[in-house]
Design a protein around this ligand. Sequence first.
Ligand SMILES: C[S@@+](CC[C@H](N)C(=O)[O-])C[C@H]1O[C@@H](n2cnc3c(N)ncnc32)[C@H](O)[C@@H]1O
Ligand SMILES: [Zn+2]
Length: 268
Amino acid sequence: MLSGSGGIFICPKCGNGLEPRGNSMYCSEGHCYDVSKNGYVNLVLGGKKDSGDGAELIAARGRVMEKGYYRALYAFTRRAFAFSEGDLIVDAGTGDGSFAGKLKEYFPSATVVGTDLSKYAVSKAAKKYPDVLFAVANSAALPFADASVSAVFSVFTTLFAAEARRVLAKGCRLVRVTPGKNHLLEFKSALYDEVRLNAEDESVPEGFVREGTFRIEDVYVCVGGEIKDLAGMTPYSVKTAPCRLEKLYAQPELETRTEFRVDVFIKE
Ligand SMILES: C[S@@+](CC[C@H](N)C(=O)[O-])C[C@H]1O[C@@H](n2cnc3c(N)ncnc32)[C@H](O)[C@@H]1O
Ligand SMILES: [Zn+2]
């Protein structure tokens, strides 16, 4: 719900702070952004049609998440971080908002904001997680003032590190979650004769120092239609020959490991 969001978002036109009033948010220059009935604000300029992930993919991701795909990542997040009142945590490229929802559950006194380019994703997320603030926004132009954010999470999405650096306060964390080299190994083995391990992103973004790198491993079991849901979330569903995919989908059950690589960086 955006009623308590005064002083958090900035106007994408002029950069002044946005304040909620009625069903809209206004800056001091009079620029106005409607708050949707689900309680999110659209801060992408230009009125272009919806971009980011589409409805079908987002629904499939939602089902996979509900089955505990991120279970181990959630447990790590709860253990590894501490946020409290006054902290502003941003989940950039939040998708269905479930990771942002967990952040709010673990750190209830902090303010948690989920942003995504997909209006459809944000709309669903805002309905499901009313304690989290949501905005349609591009991670390349985050709607926050310089140095106003306590942590930026970037989970399985495109990271715009320079923009994360701009919004983060000095000494605060950028958390990048990417696939580890063994992520979905058995799933890939069921599709290909020769499996290549994932190339890991080892880079340290400019203006940050690495605090630590962690590997979170788990096992994910899918049955029936859940195999197709999982495939739909990966690039393999478009890169693989249809006959191979059909064979995979016909399996009654698939057990595969997940491996999340978590890089924690501190803004210098
Ligand atoms: C693979 S999904 C990951 C979603 C979520 N972080 C998770 O881990 O479940 C990638 C998300 O990034 C969003 N996205 C892609 N490009 C973006 C951009 N430039 N700005 C904001 N969101 C973006 C997509 O709409 C999609 O919801
Ligand atoms: Zn303005």
